[in-house]
Design a protein around this ligand. Structure first.
Ligand code: KDO
Length: 336
C-alpha cells in the first residue's frame, strides 16, 4: 500500500471506529522527526557505533536517526555552522571547533589539561561548564548534550624511530605534522615543537601515504580505525591531549520537543556517550600490541619534557587570555 492509500484506509477505519492498536505506529511514523548527524568519523568509529546502537533506538519512537559519516554531509569544521543555520540537527563537535566561535573553549583543547575520561565527565557536568554551554545555546543555537571520549592523542610519524627518535619536543623540530584545521589545533601542534599543517581528517591517510605530511596525531583507536598504521612507522606516546567531543544538538529542534522527548533525547545522548566511552577506553588499552604487530614502533617519550614544554607555550598566549578567571583552577581541582 502506498502512503496515500494507507492514510485513506486509516481515515475510513477511524470513521468506522475500527482502528487497531497495531496500526498506530505507522501513523506515528508519518509524523516522525528526522535527526541528521554529521561526523568526519567513520561508521566503525566507537562514537558512531554508540550513536547508531544506543542513541538511535532510544529516540526511535519519535525520530529517525540519519547519520552521515566521513565528512560526507558536511566537511570537518563546518558542522556547527550548519546546525546554527538550521541545515543539520547534530554533530560530534570538538572544543577546538567551538573555540572558533568562543575563544574561551580553547581551555578544553589545551594540552595536558584533562587528565582522563572520568575527569572530562566531571568537568562537563560541573557548574563551571554552565556559562560555556549557555553561551553556545544563546549565541550559536547549539545545545551541548553530553561529552564523548575520543582518547589520548599521540604523535604518529612516517619515519622509523631510528631516523627521528621523538623523546622530547626538540626532536619534533621541523617535523611537518598534520593537525585539524582550526587555530587551537595548530597552536597545539606548534606547542609540541612540530610544524603543524592544517588538513581535514578525511585527507590524512592519503597525505601520510604520499609523504605530503610527516605525521599526524590521534588516539590509538583512531590510528587503527583509519588504518594509519599502514602508512606510518612510529608512535611516540605523548598523551598530549586527552581528547573529547561533544554531542551537539540543534537548539531549534530541542525547543520543538515536548518535555518527555527532551528527557529521552538527553538520556539517549548520555547513554551513547557512556557506552562509547567504555568501548573506546577498552580499545585504547588493548591496541598497542596490535599496532606493534603491524610493524609500527610504539614507545613512551620523556613525558615531563613534553608536558612542561606544552604548558609553557600556553602561559601568556592569546588562548590563555580568553580563559575566564579561575576556570583552569576549577578544572584542575576536579582532577585526580
Ligand atoms: C582529527 O581530525 O584528527 C580528529 O581526531 C579531531 C576530532 O575532534 C574529531 O573531529 C575527529 O577527528 C573526527 O571525529 C574523526 O575521528
Amino acid at each position: 500500500m502506498t502512503k496515500m492509500t494507507r492514510r485513506a484506509a486509516t481515515a475510513s477505519l477511524y470513521a468506522l471506529g475500527l482502528v487497531v492498536s497495531m496500526y498506530a505506529p505507522t501513523l506515528a511514523d508519518d509524523h516522525k522527526m528526522t535527526f541528521t548527524l554529521a561526523t568526519s568519523g567513520s561508521e566503525t568509529d566507537q562514537r558512531s557505533i554508540a550513536m547508531a546502537e544506543v542513541f538511535a533506538p532510544m529516540i526511535a519512537e519519535f525520530a529517525d536517526y540519519q547519520p552521515g559519516y566521513n565528512g560526507t554531509l558536511f566537511a570537518q569544521g563546518t558542522e556547527l555552522e550548519a546546525i546554527s543555520r538550521g541545515n543539520l540537527t547534530m554533530s560530534i563537535a570538538s572544543a577546538q571547533e567551538l573555540a572558533q566561535f568562543f575563544p574561551e573553549f580553547s581551555i578544553f583543547a589545551t594540552g595536558y589539561v584533562h587528565q582522563d575520561a572520568a575527569h572530562q565527565v566531571r568537568v562537563f557536568n560541573d557548574a563551571l561548564m554552565d556559562p560555556f554551554k549557555q553561551k553556545v545555546e544563546d549565541e550559536l543555537g547549539v545545545k551541548l548534550l553530553s561529552v564523548m571520549y575520543l582518547g589520548r592523542r599521540h604523535v604518529n610519524l612516517r619515519q622509523p624511530r631510528s631516523e627521528v627518535d621523538v623523546q622530547t619536543p626538540a626532536d619534533l623540530a621541523g617535523v611537518n605534522i598534520r593537525m585539524p584545521g582550526t587555530d587551537a589545533w595548530q597552536f597545539l601542534g606548534a606547542a609540541l615543537g612540530a610544524s603543524p599543517t592544517p588538513m581535514a581528517f578525511t585527507e590524512v591517510y592519503t597525505a601520510l601515504s604520499t609523504g605530503a605530511v610527516d605525521g599526524q596525531d590521534n588516539p590509538l583507536p583512531t590510528v587503527v580505525d583509519a588504518k594509519f598504521y599502514e602508512v606510518t612507522k612510529q608512535i611516540s606516546l605523548t598523551s598530549h591531549l586527552v581528547d573529547l567531543n561533544y554531542i551537539a544538538f540543534s537548539k531549534e529542534t530541542w525547543d520543538s520537543l515536548d518535555p518527555d522527548q527532551k528527557v529521552t533525547v538527553q538520556r539517549a545522548a548520555d547513554a551513547a556517550a557512556a557506552v562509547g566511552r567504555l568501548k573506546q577506553l577498552e580499545k585504547e588499552s588493548n591496541l598497542a600490541d596490535f599496532i606493534r604487530g603491524q610493524g609500527v614502533e610504539v614507545y613512551t617519550p620523556d613525558l615531563d619534557a613534553f608536558r612542561n614544554h606544552v604548558q609553557a607555550q600556553y602561559i601568556g598566549s592569546e588562548f590563555a587570555a580568553a580563559w575566564p578567571e579561575g576556570v583552569l583552577e576549577k578544572i584542575n581541582a576536579l582532577g585526580n
